[in-house]
Design a protein around this ligand. Structure first.
Ligand code: NAP
Length: 258
């Protein structure tokens, strides 16, 4: 039995059945966790509701636009009232304006830069701050976010999202140092490319998938379930000694020189 059984977890970033956060939600629910899923706004609620209905036990559904501090506060109050605490948090939200992912990086506007960094990196700080008391109530817990190798290396059209992921990875380290004394661990999974809604916003994404398939030591693309299983490890007691880290789940692509 997985040791997320009986644990309560918040998962942010389920948009549809391809979402990496949805893969993690499925794995955690299968492991016996009780889940809280969020949706960004009313327009997107139905999608998440339909997916949530397929999980047993049925997750609690709450709204949260991570760009809004008041929504994060309301989310955490609702969790306190309805679940009494949290054992883990999955942060799978990211966004950059589409034009910033198709034009030369040097053309990135101040607005696009601000939006990408706000939603894709700062939101982890805000979510960690909001959930800290809920996790501390349970004697600690685990926070996992999702990043990409574009934080360290240049990929065509990944652009400002690479800068946001670099900030996200540094954020993981600073949060880990702050929250570690409360036994709250903070880690990132750096996933290889997976065809999701967010990925489809990056021009030439299928070319990136192909290069990974050809060059990664495992000679395949990773799947959402590969990422989910590593997330479950980090979220559970099995990952208790790991914090502040970025774990690669990319079929080994990142070790190759060429
Ligand atoms: P996805 O299904 O499109 O998930 C992205 C999520 O971010 C969506 O649920 C989206 O919600 C949410 N989001 C955007 N703005 C938000 C906001 N203001 N408030 C709350 N939620 C917001 O794509 P994904 O690929 O699974 O992305 C999940 C994470 O994995 C991202 O951090 C991504 O960068 C990372 N990642 C992806 C890959 C890949 O190749 N797919 C590789 C490495 C890392 P709405 O759609 O409802 O707006």
């Amino acid at each position: 039995m997985s040791d997320v059984a009986g644990r309560t977890g918040l998962i942010v970033g389920v948009a549809n059945k391809r979402s990496l956060a949805w893969g993690i939600a499925q794995a955690a629910a299968a492991g016996g966790a009780r889940l809280i899923l969020t949706y960004q706004n009313e327009r997107l609620r139905e999608n998440v509701e339909a997916l949530a209905a397929t999980l047993d036990p049925a997750p609690l559904l709450l709204p949260c636009d991570v760009a809004r501090d008041e929504e994060i506060e309301a989310l955490c109050s609702a969790i306190q009232a309805q679940a009494g605490g949290l054992d883990f948090v999955v942060h799978g939200a990211a966004f950059a304006p589409r034009e910033a992912l198709s034009s030369p990086f040097v053309e990135t506007s101040r607005d696009a830069f601000r939006t990408a960094l706000d939603i894709s990196a700062y939101s982890l700080v805000a979510l960690a701050r909001g959930t800290q008391p809920l996790l501390a109530n349970r004697g600690g817990g685990s926070i996992v976010t999702l990043t990409y190798l574009g934080a360290e290396r240049v990929f065509p059209n990944y652009n400002v999202m690479g800068v946001a992921k670099a900030a996200l990875e540094a954020t993981v380290r600073y949060l880990a140092a702050d929250l570690g004394p409360q036994n709250i661990r903070v880690n990132a999974i750096s996933a290889g490319p997976v065809k999701t809604l967010a990925a489809s916003g990056i021009s030439g994404f299928s070319g990136i998938l192909q290069v990974y398939r050809e060059r990664a030591p495992l000679r395949r693309n990773v799947e959402s379930s590969d990422v989910a299983d590593t997330a479950l490890f980090l979220l559970s007691h099995a990952g208790r000694g790991i914090t502040g880290d970025v774990i690669m789940v990319d079929g080994g692509y990142s070790v190759m020189g060429m």
